[in-house]
Design a protein around this ligand. Structure first.
Ligand SMILES: Cc1cc2nc3c(=O)[nH]c(=O)nc-3n(C[C@H](O)[C@H](O)[C@H](O)COP(=O)(O)OP(=O)(O)OC[C@H]3O[C@@H](n4cnc5c(N)ncnc54)[C@H](O)[C@@H]3O)c2cc1C
Length: 540
């Protein structure tokens, strides 16, 4: 059996950062197992390729969620990256850290060293910010390039003017001192190409002789000696492929993401005894929190039809698309270099909220059935709105003992009353923004939810009819103290009650943050690398 110091399962956002940092020590050997292929596909690297990779099963787990009590009987699609870079290779490129209070709350839950002053140095160390930002908050020397949207679009300008006309201030840096306000989105795009965790962290690390990355290597369960994890079993080439084992002399690290890390634990006999028994899996270690507590952002998209100007819906067709392709080829700018969302707005659902609890995004485009992935034919603009810190929680549980079967994903969107109230407030604000005076020259009429929707109940019905994930699942292997009945890992990200095993990815978040999750997932991995290596936090 091959043996390495560390075996990392998953080469996604967290796995890529970890591999880079742990391999800085030339005396340390690392094996990375990634179920997907190399990230060679051109659509991964072309920012507008997002719309294609969204459904591309060769590099996407393409999960389906279970219908929930508030999703109108719908099973919501849940894309997840399955390639080097993981979800950062198919995501919407937005760079958004969240609010100071998000991380202070993690610390308050009993996680020492995870408050905002503790995590800020890692956000800074990871990034190379190009553009506005104070040195107190932004890094300039890291691997992850963060730029600001550079496509001047009259609709985006009018949307921002509209927000300001409603009293929402312009914020030069929502990743700085304060998040609230409106501004162009910050993105992980450099010279018209996606900056994934793989391009920023994994590929540079792969040049080191102590890094061994296996693609098409699907981890099927963990190998234990007593309570110590000592290795991983995996299959090469998909279901029915050849089985292999790899040994970890120091640690096994799970970085398979929010859906797959708890699944692998459960397959390996770590989880709720009742669940394991129902699938005939022997209990290695009872840990009822595994897979429980799933949170995600749920967004209905308010759509208006547009007049007097072209939107992206038309620009991506016919001659216009050829012009844009030429522009990208010669200047690396234009439509093909864009993220799916362009303007970000953070605001309050009510006057009593101390910090913004709503996130709204604006795009001069619209999608069929409100689901990203297929643009509409007629001109449209969209405001997606979601509650930043939802209270609803669901779970990820084994569907079967077959490691190739997708897990059961039940997010329980909108089951908490607060979540329903805030989502309605968000939709009302979205309507006001689209109807603001600066957008009037372009605003034709509201297509969804439509002018007939006026009462709170009607807005809520519309939200259940058309809301979708914003692709931010987290919290299924939560970090917390051993005495809690929900925690899976401690504040060093070690699995409670076991040795030689950590989980390091978006699943360890104890509570949803006010942001998209890529930046904070990489921060978690960077901080974890110091915990593993016994290094103190960076200064400055
Ligand atoms: C469509 C989409 C759009 C998004 N947009 C944004 C955005 O604009 N901004 C933002 O901040 N966030 C966005 N996100 C979310 C963000 O990208 C993720 O939260 C983040 O990448 C999660 O990182 P992770 O390391 O936890 O998991 P991932 O990056 O998903 O990595 C997990 C890796 O583990 C591998 N793996 C899983 N199981 C196994 C196994 N059994 N064996 C071997 N390998 C395995 C997977 O193939 C994958 O490569 C988006 C996500 C998606 C899917």
């Amino acid at each position: 059996m091959d043996a390495f110091d560390y075996v990392i399962v998953g080469a996604g956002s967290a796995g890529s950062v970890l591999t880079n940092r742990l391999s800085e020590d030339p005396g340390t050997s690392i094996c990375v197992l990634e179920a997907g292929p190399k990230d060679w596909h051109p659509y991964i690297h072309l920012p507008a390729g997002f719309i294609k990779t969204f459904h591309m099963k060769s590099i996407n787990w393409a999960y389906q969620q279970e219908p929930g009590p508030w999703t109108g009987g719908r099973s919501i699609y849940a894309p997840r990256g399955k390639t080097l870079g993981g979800s950062s290779s198919i995501n919407g490129h937005i760079y958004n850290r969240g609010q100071r209070q998000d991380f202070d709350t993690w610390a308050q839950l009993g996680n020492r060293g995870w408050g905002y002053p503790d995590v800020l140095p890692y956000f800074k160390r990871l990034e190379r910010r190009v553009g506005e930002g104070e040195d107190a908050y932004r890094g300039r020397d890291g691997n992850l390039t963060v730029t600001t949207m550079d496509w001047q679009d009259p609709l985006c300008e009018a949307f921002m003017a509209g927000a300001m006309s409603l009293g929402i201030p312009k914020n030069p840096d929502y990743n700085g001192a304060i998040q609230e306000g409106v501004s162009y989105a910050q993105r992980t795009i450099q010279n018209g190409r996606r900056v994934s965790a793989a391009t920023a962290f994994l590929h540079p690390a792969r040049k080191r002789p102590n890094v061994h990355v296996h693609t098409h290597a699907h981890a099927t369960n963990l190998i234990f000696e007593g309570k110590r994890a000592v290795g991983v079993r995996y299959v090469r080439g998909g279901k029915g492929g050849a089985p292999f084992e790899v040994r970890a002399n120091k640690e096994v690290i799970l970085a398979g993401g929010t859906y797959n890390s708890p699944q692998l634990l459960q397959l390996s006999g770590v989880g709720s005894p009742d669940l394991l028994a129902s699938h005939g899996i022997e209990v290695r270690h009872a840990l009822p929190g595994v897979g429980e507590g799933l949170q995600d952002h749920y967004a209905p998209r308010t759509v208006a039809r547009v007049k007097n100007i072209k939107t992206i819906n038309e620009l991506r067709r016919g001659l216009s698309l050829w012009v844009e392709a030429l522009k990208w080829a010669t200047t690396r700018r234009g439509l093909l270099s864009l993220s799916p969302t362009m303007v970000y707005c953070f605001w309050h659902s009510g006057e009593t909220m101390e910090s913004s609890d709503l996130q709204l995004t604006f795009t001069p485009a619209s999608y069929k059935e409100g689901v990203q992935g297929q643009l509409e034919d007629q001109p449209g603009m969209t405001v997606a709105s979601w509650q930043q810190r939802p209270e609803s929680r669901g779970y990820v549980r084994l569907r079967s003992a077959d490691p190739f079967a997708p897990p059961i994903i039940q997010t329980n969107y909108l089951t908490a009353e607060l979540d329903r109230r805030v989502i309605v407030a968000g939709m009302k604000l979205a309507r006001r923004l689209l109807k603001s005076a600066p957008l009037a020259p372009y605003y034709a009429y509201e297509d969804f939810p439509g002018p007939g929707v006026e009462s709170d109940d009607e807005f809520l019905a519309a939200a259940t009819q058309r809301g979708t994930t914003t692709f931010h699942p987290g919290c299924t292997c939560r970090m917390g103290p051993a005495y809690s009945n929900w925690a899976v890992v401690d504040d060093q990200l070690r699995v409670h009650g076991l040795q030689g095993l950590r989980v390091i990815d978006a699943s360890i978040m104890p509570r949803m943050i006010s942001a998209n999750l890529n930046a904070s997932t990489m921060m978690i991995a960077d901080k974890a690398s110091d915990l593993i290596r016994g290094k103190s936090a960076p200064t400055g």
